[in-house]
Design a protein around this ligand. Structure first.
Ligand SMILES: *Cc1c(COP(=O)(O)O)cnc(C)c1O
Length: 431
């Protein structure tokens, strides 16, 4: 870094940050100063003191093709010079059209329409509003959601309502939509969960069943079976409840298939995508739905249309990033790399699962999670110590409670992956 850069943004960035900035998920009274990051490339980012870190969770599961991927930045630059932005109401553009066509080729084949939003929460918000209005338009009163315990769907009110993690929702619980909550299905509880669902569906006021398919991310990378989820979806479909799959975390190859729903026999009516959609380059999201959902909004009455918009909906630069991301998702090189990471994760799980400090170790696709046999509250002190342990070793992981998880960019090298595994093994010895 040049002296000039040092002068302007130099070593006191964290100090300047404290003056005017308010960070997400942060208790500023007690939190440590944030780390100033100045550069990122591939699976690495670098702080203002020149130290590099492996981005072990791809910056919240977004930068799956690596930071600063030249194929994506080139596509965005080209798009920027051609058409920067135009509103998406009354106008359309090639990047959005091409993206809809390309996504339709890989989404479950019951999906027919794509609605654009600008972040994950608003993709879920739109999905919930679609479901509520779907019934409203037909003159039916359906005002309740069904959702899993410990789910996470975002921080706007509808999305928060579907979420079941009280650490996020506490102060707002009195203001949320009506929700019936069911446990995620496991091998041992499926019968009970199904029975509970049947009771909920008996006097049916439910518009939608909103779920994270196969992996509940914020809950601590908890997995549930495709078979169990299929059974729940089947019951909901029989009762005409729209099924909404939140693939914001799981989408774009992380579970080993393009989408977690690809493991299911019964497909959701609505799917939410964001995060890796634009490879960490641009905030954009989509809510896709079936022709049947779309058709419920067609009418001579204007008010039966879906009156929901965000100014930056379908931003051309975001669409260009997403299109370039799809090239990479489907490239032979990264397909092979994903299989390779999956194989190494499995070997590591076999290696550590019998360790006395490991309560559970699991992997699916490039997602690896290890629950430690240590007691801690979700954002308690132990979690901070785990976080610091990895950061000292140049690895960015964000443990959730006693769960350590790794969700690396597909471009991570074997050496970088090994460094993460060794740090986890070291941790198992010293903690
Ligand atoms: C991150 C996430 C969201 C929220 O997305 P934002 O872009 O942060 O609003 C919703 N659902 C799931 C499963 C997520 O992982």
């Amino acid at each position: 870094m040049s002296d000039f850069n040092d002068l302007i943004q130099g070593p006191n960035l964290a100090q300047r940050d404290g003056k005017h900035l308010w960070h997400p998920l942060t208790q500023h009274h007690t939190a440590a100063k944030p780390l100033a990051i100045v550069k990122a490339k591939g699976a690495l980012f670098q702080d203002d003191m020149g130290k590099t870190y492996i981005d072990g969770i791809a910056s919240w599961y977004t930068a799956m093709y690596g930071h600063g991927n030249p194929h994506i930045t080139a596509a965005m630059t080209k798009q920027m010079q051609e058409l920067d932005f135009v509103m998406f109401s009354g106008f359309t553009h090639r990047p959005a059209i091409e993206l809809s066509e390309r996504l339709m080729q890989i989404l479950p084949n019951n999906q027919a329409k794509i609605f654009f939003n600008d972040n994950g929460s608003t993709a879920v918000e739109a999905a919930i509003k679609m479901a509520l209005q779907y019934y409203h338009n037909q003159g039916k009163k359906r005002d309740t959601l069904i959702a899993f315990e410990d789910g996470f769907h975002g921080d706007t009110f509808g999305a928060m309502s579907a979420s079941g993690l009280s650490s996020y929702n506490g102060p707002f619980e009195d203001f949320l939509l009506k929700v019936e909550r069911i446990p995620a299905p496991t091998d041992t509880n499926l019968e009970q969960v199904l029975a509970r669902l049947e009771t909920i569906l008996e006097n049916n006021h439910c518009a939608a069943f909103v779920f994270e398919p196969l992996v509940q991310g914020a809950a601590g990378m908890k997995f549930h079976s495709a078979k169990g989820l299929d059974a729940l979806i089947t019951s909901c479909k029989k009762a005409n409840v729209l099924c909404v799959a939140d693939e914001i975390m799981t989408g774009f190859g992380k579970t080993g298939k393009n989408f977690a729903c690809d493991y299911l026999d019964h497909q959701p009516d609505i799917i939410c995508l964001s995060k890796a959609l634009t490879a960490g380059m641009f905030p954009l999201s989509i809510t896709s739905c079936t022709q049947n959902v779309f058709d419920a909004f067609l009418s001579d009455e204007v008010a039966k249309g879906f009156f929901h918009a965000h100014t930056y909906s379908a931003h051309p630069i975001g669409c260009a990033a997403a299109l370039a991301g799809l090239d990479l998702l489907q490239s032979a090189q990264l397909l092979e790399r994903r299989v390779d990471i999956q194989r190494q994760h499995r070997a590591f799980v076999r290696n550590v699962h019998v360790h006395p400090k490991v309560q559970n170790a699991r992997s699916l696709g490039v997602i690896l999670a290890i629950d430690l046999k240590l007691n801690t509250d979700r954002y308690g002190k132990l979690r901070d110590r785990l976080y610091a342990f990895f950061m000292q070793r140049g690895i960015n992981l964000r443990p959730l409670g006693n769960t350590i998880y790794v969700l690396p960019p597909y471009v991570i090298t074997d050496a970088q992956l090994k460094k993460i595994y060794s740090a986890i093994k070291e941790l198992l010895e010293v903690f």
